[in-house]
Design a protein around this ligand. Sequence first.
Ligand code: ASP
Length: 293
Amino acid sequence: VTAVVLVHGGAHSGRIRPEREAPIRAGLRDAAEAGRTALRAGAGPVEAAVAAVAVLEDCEHFNAGYGAALNDDGEVELDAAVMNGATRRAGGVAVLSGYANPVRIAQALLAEGRHVLLAGEGAARFAERGGFERTPHLGLVTRRRFRRWHREQPAGHDTVGAVVCDAHGRVGAATSTGGPSLKAAGRVGDSPVPGGGIFADDRSCAVSASGSGERLLEAVAAHDVAARLSYLGLRVDEAVGAVLARVEGNAGLIAVDPDGNVGIAANTLLFRRALATGDEPVRIALLADEELR
Ligand code: ASP
């Protein structure tokens, strides 16, 4: 199988300011390359997806980790998860404050194997016990996010995620987000919930979603993509399209099956994404209907 790393930087209907386009492209490219580098070094698909997502968490132009959207109270509350298609085990954190790379904490939770989802203070304590370094609140907030919050401007959906198929046909996924800006404190979206905004099963595919978290959760969107492969025998590109047509809100979906076939669909103007296939140069697209190149 030709290994594939497909990343997204969120489905959203706003505009990208011209001066932000280059750094956004660079972030997407670096993320896909980080995933590929991890695979070449012998990492599994989850580790590679985490490596890709961590790059986007560190990039201020995406709504995850550093640069995440602020909630009603002006706080950063992060959701992230990982899922392994070979074991079908997941790990996720929700409503987590004070950590720049929640996806790595989700990965640690998966490794521990005791629980699937930890939220709030308990998630923070788990991170602390795991030796993750705390980032003070202001270390996560960018000027742009603060300005938007101050003007009560709801942000678009620019969650990040990655799906990976390795050379053995094993798949994995990772998703990370700050959620919609001005969300209520304590709100949990689709991103950390297996089946909602993330899913992985080597018998079908790996999926990562972006968009209206409430609608994606209700649609159990990520699992629905995989179910359509298993039950209906759809191809992965058909399955993401069929699920997208059912989600009653903004949405973008990426998926990869164990043969390395990818599916990409969004009903928003923008769906920022990058694809690394085998040793080919990374291909990028920002508009949902734009071809990767
Ligand atoms: N799906 C994310 C959430 O609702 C938001 C996004 O995709 O930007 O938390």
